[in-house]
Design a protein around this ligand. Structure first.
Ligand code: 6PG
Length: 477
């Protein structure tokens, strides 16, 4: 008997994906650079289904039915290229190499183009949900050709998370579309995490609540419109007590957030696309600030002054206000992330359906949330929606939240508590709302020093003013 699917790279993600396929009745070929891991998998979990362990790449390839479906689950970058170089020569026309790691979408585009010339399908696939998701049902975001999806999609849908029986897996679009969308998922994940962290910080510093009390607040919020995996695990983390010291777990952890890079990639890509993903950017920068011990130490030595003691107490129900600020800022972050997906889809001709992305993020992935149902509905109603903020559900939510949101941002500023996520989301919202932006002045400055020209509000064309600055020659565009 041949295997329907193969997995090479059997660290925990690869192993759990392989087990998930086997548990769904598929025969799975398994391979790893060192055979030890392969043996271990079959010894430990062989009873869960049918595995065909392979010692060599050749054996592995020979054990697969055609067209061959080979999932690569190794580190992004060099290791992925090395595995592709190893397997591509062994495969035949129509076979598929599926990269399920967190690859950069530009690498995926390059690899897809190169393998297409050899008659092979390269399917860059986003997989979210961590180890548990990989085993019990992740959210899956495959790119690559539509033909490859025909042969691969049903298997992926089978092992994905389900919402009302519907798989959290859909063909995102060609070449790098899947990895792009997974990247933005991670960027949004960063923003969600930062906003939650700010909410916690304000409840603790302004409200004076203990981590355990704040855990209860989050548990309550999880029952409402903020209901989501990240809110749920936040409550778990906050109620955790360090066994050694008896202190709250959050107080014994070094306050420097690390990152593997997908959030940064999201912002880099957004800069190139010209999409203002300020919520994601602030969260990447907040991690960078936290992780810059030298600068923080210098600031501490210099005792950078905070606000005078007289600056204001919070003028409202702090807990309710923070919930509103969190929800409104979350809406902004998602609106920006979805705008980035739409911009990339246009740029690369991917024809991504944003509603379908919201749909497959409803379960399995890290950002899974009740909220995504409303995003799906918004795009179902209006596929060309310019921004989620103008959809009636989100418009109502933000207008209902905005007074509280402003109070929270004001309190944070007055008390000297950093809340870059809340503040920048509000600034973005006000920027969109503004009837006139000071961008007109920037155009004037550009025209003054560089004759870059400007457009007028009252007639077509581009204009340049002969600025009569002293000692400066007059020019005309
Ligand atoms: C997921 C996660 C996953 C991983 C992140 C962590 O969707 O399952 O996003 O991909 O946990 O890469 O990212 P950082 O290490 O950059 O925080």
């Amino acid at each position: 008997e041949k295997a329907q699917i193969g997995v090479t790279g059997l660290a925990v993600m690869g192993r759990n994906l392989a087990r998930n396929f086997a548990r769904h009745g598929h025969t799975v070929a398994v391979h790893n650079r060192s055979y030890g891991r392969t043996k271990e998998l079959v010894e430990e979990f062989g009873s869960e289904g049918k595995f065909i362990p392979a010692e060599t790449a050749e054996e592995f390839v020979a054990s697969l039915e055609r067209p061959r479906r080979v999932i690569i689950m190794v580190k992004a970058g060099g290791p992925t290229d090395a595995v592709i170089d190893e397997f591509a020569p062994l495969l035949e026309e129509g076979d598929m190499l599926i990269d399920a790691g967190n690859a950069h979408y530009l690498d995926t585009r390059r690899r897809e183009a190169a393998l297409k010339e050899r008659g092979l399908h390269f399917v860059g696939t986003g997989v979210s949900g961590g180890e548990e998701g990989a085993l019990h049902g992740p959210s899956i975001m495959p790119g690559g050709s539509p033909e490859s999806y025909e042969a691969l999609g049903p298997l992926l849908e089978d092992i994905s998370a389900k919402v009302d029986g519907e798989p959290c897996c859909v063909h995102v679009g060609p070449d790098g579309a899947g990895h792009f969308v997974k990247m933005v998922h991670n960027g949004i994940e960063y923003a969600d995490m930062q906003l939650i962290a700010e909410a916690y910080d304000l409840l603790r510093q302004v409200g004076g609540h203990s981590p355990a009390e704040i855990a209860d607040v989050f548990r309550g919020w999880n029952e409402g419109r903020l209901g989501s995996y990240l809110i749920e695990i936040t409550a778990e983390v906050l109620k955790q007590v360090d066994a050694e010291t008896g202190k709250p777990f959050v107080d014994i952890v070094v306050d420097q957030a690390e990152q593997k890079g997908t959030g940064r990639w999201t912002v880099q890509a957004a800069l190139d696309l010209g999409v203002p993903v300020s919520g994601i950017a602030e969260s990447v920068f907040a991690r960078a600030l936290s992780g810059g011990p030298d600068v923080r130490a210098a600031a501490k030595d210099a005792a950078l002054p905070g606000p005078s003691a007289s600056s204001g107490a919070h003028g409202g129900d702090l807990q309710a206000d923070v919930e509103q600020a969190l929800f409104a800022s979350k809406i902004v972050a998602y609106a920006q992330g979805f705008q980035q997906i739409q911009a990339a889809s246009k740029e690369y001709d991917w024809a991504i359906d944003p509603g379908a992305m919201a749909k497959i993020w409803r379960d399995g992935c890290i950002i899974r949330a009740k909220f995504l149902d409303f995003i799906k509905q918004a795009y179902d109603k209006q596929p060309e929606l310019a921004t989620l903020l103008v959809d009636s559900y989100f418009l109502d939510a933000v207008s209902g939240a905005q007074d509280a949101w402003r109070r929270v941002v004001a309190t944070a500023a007055q008390q000297g508590i950093p809340a870059p996520g809340f503040a920048s989301a509000l600034a973005y919202y006000d920027g969109l709302r503004a009837e006139r932006l000071p961008a007109a002045l920037i155009q004037g400055q550009r025209d003054f020093f560089g004759a870059h020209t400007y457009r007028r509000v009252d007639k077509d064309g581009s204009f340049h003013t002969l600025w009569a600055a002293e000692g400066r020659p007059e020019t005309e565009a």
